[in-house]
Design a protein. Structure first.
Length: 343
């Protein structure tokens, strides 16, 4: 990277720790020039993901000091590096979690690039969208229509919350017209619920926050109960979005015979001891979800474009990124927090 001489603003994780310790700091730094295959993006909005919170608080060990979080960024291309075909100045693009892979290992070559041992991630390995400018590998950037009738603040959460929910739903192997349980009902779950409902599923939501239960019912869920409650009927599939390992046996016990529980988070507290008869027998399946492929992203964005999604956002000005993460940590966000840099 070569500094342009201009300056920009960015939030960095100065010292990971609880939000009360103020681990984020707003800094000024030089705007870099894009290298070969890279785009320089001027950020308009950036969704605030629970993974950003895990990175800021240290649940996920930082890869490098002073990293800028944020991997649901939408902005405009303001510069392109050498050998970067396919993008022009002012093109609207989305920069998501998956930032790079080796392209040569058996996982990459078999369509499972999310499992690449050398995979890299926006906001973890590369500076992310809690900044006015970011660099991105053009191969991992999603071109977006110049306008699709949806504000950028409502589109940004689709880049991670939506995409990971899509992959989790695929991993859960919900049968057509099946009964789906969602444990936790934040950014990703409220988008996944709408996707599942559009596909004809019956959705039951289990979550601790009363406001989230109300939102679930407004969006069409058949029921909404407490996180540890039993759903009103056995489930064909379930997705655990809450990073709470104690909920794994609860969700497994709620499955019907042959049901699947997919754990969608990148971080999960310890899972208690499972009882084989109660939790796994009768061919119940427990499986994880690891990031996503670019094919997942393209498929989800195409499907979402045809849905009347209600993206429930809580918007924060760029100067309040630390407050947005603090509110997320304290469960004060219903839906998804979004930083709006246009203000």
């Amino acid at each position: 990277m070569v500094a342009t001489g201009r300056e920009t603003e960015a939030w960095v994780v100065e010292r990971p720790g609880p939000m009360a310790s103020r681990p984020l700091r707003l800094v000024r730094r030089s705007v870099p020039d894009p290298g070969p295959g890279e785009l320089l993006v001027e950020v308009d909005v950036c969704g605030v993901c629970r993974t950003d919170l895990h990175l800021t608080e240290g649940d996920l060990a930082p890869r490098t000091p002073g990293r800028t979080p944020g991997h649901e960024a939408i902005g405009r291309v303001v510069a392109t590096g050498p050998d970067t075909p396919g993008f022009g100045l002012r093109d609207r693009v989305g920069v998501a979690w998956l930032a790079g892979t080796c392209g040569e290992c058996r996982y990459c070559l078999s369509g499972h690039e999310n499992l690449c041992p050398l995979s890299r991630y926006t906001g973890w390995d590369r500076d992310g969208g809690f900044a006015r400018h970011l660099l991105a590998d053009a191969r991992y950037v999603y071109p977006l229509p110049q306008t699709d009738g949806r504000d950028e603040a409502e589109l940004a959460p689709l880049l991670c919350a939506g995409i990971i929910g899509y992959r989790a739903l695929e991993r859960a192997e919900l049968p057509a017209g099946g009964r789906l349980g969602l444990y936790g009902f934040g950014a990703s779950a409220h988008l996944t619920a709408q996707l599942a409902l559009a596909r004809g599923a019956t959705v039951h939501v289990l979550t601790r926050a009363a406001e989230a239960r109300e939102l679930a019912l407004e969006l069409g869920a058949a029921s909404a109960g407490g996180a540890y409650d039993a759903p009103p009927e056995p489930l064909d599939a379930a997705i655990l979005f809450a990073p709470v390992g104690d909920l794994v046996p609860t969700a497994l016990a709620a499955l019907d015979r042959g049901g699947t529980l997919a754990v969608a988070g990148i971080h999960l507290t310890d899972i208690p001891v499972l009882n084989y008869a109660d939790h796994l027998f009768q061919e119940r399946t427990l499986r994880s979800v690891t990031a996503n492929t670019r094919a997942d992203g393209r498929a989800y964005l195409a499907e979402a474009a045809g849905l009347p999604l209600c993206v429930h956002t809580v918007r924060y000005p760029f100067a309040q990124a630390d407050r947005a993460l603090a509110d997320l940590a304290a469960d004060r966000v219903t839906g998804v927090a979004v930083l709006d840099l246009r203000e």
